[in-house]
Design a protein around this ligand. Sequence first.
Ligand code: C2E
Ligand code: CA
Ligand code: CA
Length: 695
Amino acid sequence: MLVVLACGYALLLGRLASSRQLAYGLCSVAEDCIKLLDRRGRIIAISETGRELLEATSTSQMPGMDWLSLWETPDARAAFDKALLGKSSSFQGHCHTMTGKPRYWTSAYWPVKKANGTVVAVLCKSRNITDEVELVAELRRKSQIQRDMEDHVDVVFASASPDFEKLNHISSAFERMWELPLSAMAEDSTIWSKRVEPEDLKILRARMREAVESGRPTQAYFRLRFAGQRTKWVRADIYPVVENGSVQRVVSVCVEATEERERLQKLDFLAHYDDLTGQHNRRAMMDLLATLCKGDASFAYLFIDLDRFKAVNDSFGHAIGDVVLQTIARRIRAALPADATVARAGGDEFTVVVPCRSGNQDVAAVCRRLISACRPTIEVDDKRISMTYSIGVALYPQHAKTPESLFTSADIAMYAAKRSGKNTFRVFGDKERTDLYKIHLETEVRNAVRERQFNLHYQPQFCVHTGELVGLEALLRWNHPTRGLIYPDLFIPVLETTGLVIDVGHWIFREALRALGEFSTVGARSIAMSINVSATQLRDSRLVSMLSRAVKKRGIVASQVVVEITESALIDNLEDAQGILEGIRALGIRIAIDDFGTGYSSLSYLTRFSPNIVKLDKSFIDDIAADSLTKTVVEGVIDLAHKLGMSVVAEGVETQEQLDVLRASQCDKVQGYLLGRPGPAPDILERFALDFSQR
Ligand code: C2E
Ligand code: CA
Ligand code: CA
């Protein structure tokens, strides 16, 4: 540009007209709009770039045009007049191109003088700054929007250096949220933190550091504290701005979150507390136990169950029941040390965690205090209600190490307290441990039923005189997936108490009769199948019809089936047993009295139930060879049974001597390890052809 200027001066000072050509040439290479104006402001010459910028069709269109008239503001003329006076000048302004487009320019004038100093022309250079002007306008507009937004929304925007030392920007909402003037921040940029609750500030600072270190946004909640205990919750979203691989600044957006926190607190209350009593709920207690069970500190877990609470609800109504529960909850809380936690586990049950400082003594004292706290009569309306509760205690880690097992152990101990007369407490002990084992077994047995883990083994019975195989006794087995084969003495009681024995019993009958159907087609002889029936099964009203169907389905002669019932099962179920036994007998199925001689005045039952078969218990057989008195008793029983038209089976025969005595005593059949142990059906089928006379 300077070259152009220098040339312009030289040319115009001397040979103005003759040098015009050269000026055109020089002008044409300039990037800005260069033109030479005469003293009236008309264009003498214009650069090619200038023409393009002004969107004229050709440079020849421009000479003679009044350039000053293009401008809407007087600045162009004022600066031009200055140039006419011999001074260079400049102005900024806006004019339209030849096609009418608005353009912004920054222009400079240089007076072109003759040797005597008279200004003969003015050289003008104009640069198109439309883009820059628009950009600035746009930025202004945006920052105005930003300011408007910041002023009118209750969100504090702040931008700080990564070490949070230098504050680049903070929006005006700060004044409203922090209730401090922005000028205070300008004086002391740490003043914001003085309003923050100290414990929250620690968390907030940790989060801020975390955001910078990880380069990832994070969030923090904190409280602002004002005069008169007034507080506000604030939620801060912290965004680290990463540029060129490192955090350049940190932008924070703070909004008031008081309502949000209150809502959350309410939800948290609903999730962890019981509305009726205001104590923790079951879930909160489980969470607490889960945490405590990860640590080493020992504690007692108490399960408190109100005695006869149902009666209160039933006789006084639920509203009074609720008052009773609230009163009891307050009493429990008051009787406990401050570091104990109380929860309402549901209904009329409460659970408590008490840290143990000096062992079990401590816990016993707590339980006694709890029991006496319950004692005073509760007065509601005009009613006087006396309540008691039973407490079960399990200790961590001695008795249980998981929340679930603590719960179960304390529950069992609580039931023990109820059994021993209520209004007392029991600490989980050996007795409860056995109960727990049973409970565990019960779950497993239920599972075994679902998973079909049961099967039957068969033990052969032989005729004492011919040695022929005459019958089989079906014996239940449990194929436990991890513990292997389990014998019935262990699990039959569980099947009985749970009532599962009914369904399992039906399966046993169907399975044993299916096997019998198979054996009779394989073997030549007709054999009997003995099936054991327990006390509970004697109350099963569907037993007879089920048996009838199974016998028909398998095409079995009913007398081939023997139902074995123990003496004690008969005695426990005299009424029911009689009806069901008659039904069974009516089908043609035979009845055996099992374990004969172990119980009561056995002989009277022989006449009363008139069974077809008497099974002499193993305890007799054990002594029969060595003890002559037992031998005499056995001979007497066999003789009597025969006189009553019954046959006699001796069970548990383990020695040849026992077998010899039985044969001499006219016993009919024998069963025992000497002759054959129980086994799965295929083994028994192999043994079928075999009788003991061949031994
Ligand atoms: P139980 O009816 O008196 O059955 C005889 C038990 O004595 C069987 O034990 C058998 O394996 C065992 N045994 C047989 N011979 C000998 C021997 O020579 N020596 C010895 N030491 N034992 C012998 P298991 O199978 O363990 O059955 C025990 C009890 O479980 C049975 O006594 C019966 O009361 C009950 N039980 C077995 N299966 C069933 C069933 O399917 N249903 C019901 N309700 N109870 C069953
Ligand atoms: Ca039996
Ligand atoms: Ca028996």
